[in-house]
Design a protein around this ligand. Structure first.
Ligand code: AKG
Ligand code: FE2
Length: 309
C-alpha cells in the first residue's frame, strides 16, 4: 500500500466538537509518513499575506542590503544563495541548495537590536510582520503538541514542560528563478529529514516542488491555498522510539519551461527547550536510543549541514 499525505481539518479538536477523531487521524499520519496537510488551523490569512509581502520585498533587495542582516559567527539572519546543503545533513557530500534564506529564533523576534534585523529603522516593518507570523506559528505548534500529547496517551498539556522556553527557528526560504543548468543532483532543496520536533510549513501561493519519499517513490505534497504542511522531525521520531516517523523530503527544480518561476516558503521548526530531556515516550517497546537533550541533538544535526567545500 502506498502511504499518502492526508489533509486533516484540526478545528474539531480546537473547538471540542470531535477531538478524538482528529487525534486518531493525526496519530495515523504520524505513524505513516509523518507528513500531513492541515486546514481549520485558525491563523488569519492577513498574517500570512503580510509575511509573504515583507519577505518578498526583503529578498528582492540587492545582496549588499540583505547582507546587513548577517553577522559573521551569529546563527540567524540572512544566508546567501547556495551556501547550505540540506542533502549534506545525511552525511555524504551533496551540492548546495538553490535557495537563499532568512532565519530568526524567538530571542531574535523579541529583540529589536538582534543582528538579524540590520538597520532597525528601515526594517521595522519586516520585524513586525515576522513577529506576528512567528507567534501565529507558535500557536499552531502548541495546538499540534496538544494533539500529539493525547495521541501518545498523555494529558493534553504534557509537552508544555518541555517547550515553555523554546527558541524555535523560523526559516524563510527564497528559491529564485533558475539562471543556469544545475549541477548533477543539485536541487532547490536536497533530500533531507528535519531535525527538530515538528515543522509548520507555509508555501502557498508559490507552492509546487515539495516532495516526500514514501519508501518507493517521490510523492508531491498536496498544494492547497491557505493550509500548512506539517511534518515531524528526527527529534520527534526519536522521542517516540520510532513509533512516529520523520521522513525524507526535498524541493525539486521547476520544469524546463518554468525556470522563471520563483518560490517562497516559511518553515517554523518547532524545537523543545534546549535543556529538555528526550527519553522514549513509548512504554510498549524497549528504548532504542540514549537519552539526549534537545539542544545536544540540534547542534549535532546543524553542524553536519554546512557546505565545507
Ligand atoms: O521550502 C520548502 O517547501 C521546504 C523546505 C524544507 O524542507 C526545509 O528547509 O527543511
Ligand atoms: Fe525540511
Amino acid at each position: 500500500m502506498t502511504l499518502t499525505v492526508p489533509v486533516i481539518d484540526i478545528s474539531p479538536f480546537t473547538d471540542g466538537t470531535a477531538p478524538e477523531a482528529v487525534v486518531a487521524e493525526i496519530d495515523r499520519a504520524c505513524r505513516d509518513l509523518g507528513f500531513l496537510v492541515i486546514t481549520g488551523h485558525g491563523v488569519p490569512q492577513p498574517i500570512l499575506d503580510r509575511g509573504v509581502e515583507a519577505m518578498s520585498r526583503f529578498f528582492a533587495a540587492p545582496v549588499d542590503t540583505k547582507l546587513q542582516h548577517y553577522r559573521d559567527g551569529y546563527h540567524g539572519g540572512y544566508s546567501e544563495f547556495a551556501n547550505m546543503s540540506l542533502g549534506q545533513s545525511l552525511g555524504a557530500e551533496a551540492p548546495a541548495d538553490l535557495r537563499e534564506g532568512f532565519a530568526a529564533k524567538r530571542h531574535d523576534i523579541l529583540d529589536p537590536s538582534s543582528p538579524v534585523w540590520g538597520d532597525e529603522e528601515s526594517t521595522r516593518g519586516l520585524r513586525l510582520a515576522l513577529t506576528d507570523y512567528y507567534f501565529a506559528m507558535n500557536a499552531v505548534a502548541d495546538t499540534l503538541m496538544e494533539i500529539f500529547a493525547v495521541a501518545l496517551g498523555r494529558e493534553r498539556d504534557y509537552f508544555e514542560q518541555f517547550t515553555f522556553r523554546h527558541d524555535s527557528n523560523l526559516g524563510v526560504f527564497h528559491y529564485p528563478p533558475m539562471q543556469e543548468q544545475p549541477l548533477p543532483g543539485q536541487l532547490r532543496g536536497g533530500a533531507h529529514t528535519d531535525f527538530g520536533g515538528v515543522t509548520v510549513l507555509y508555501a502557498a501561493p508559490s507552492v509546487e516542488g515539495l516532495e516526500v519519499w514514501d519508501g518507493e517513490e517521490w510523492q508531491p505534497v498536496p498544494v492547497i491555498a491557505g493550509t500548512f504542511v506539517i511534518n515531524l522531525g528526527d527529534l520527534m521520531q526519536r522521542w517516540t522510539n520510532d513509533v512516529w516517523n520523520s521522513t525524507l523530503h526535498r524541493v525539486t527544480n521547476p520544469a524546463d519551461g518554468a525556470w522563471d518561476s520563483d518560490r517562497l516558503s516559511f518553515a517554523f521548526f518547532h524545537q523543545p527547550n534546549k535543556d529538555a530531556v528526550i527519553a522514549s515516550l513509548d512504554e510498549s517497546s524497549a528504548p532504542k536510543y540514549e537519552t539526549i537533550t534537545s539542544g545536544q541533538h540540534f547542534v549535532a544535526k546543524i553542524e553536519a549541514m554546512k557546505v565545507t567545500a
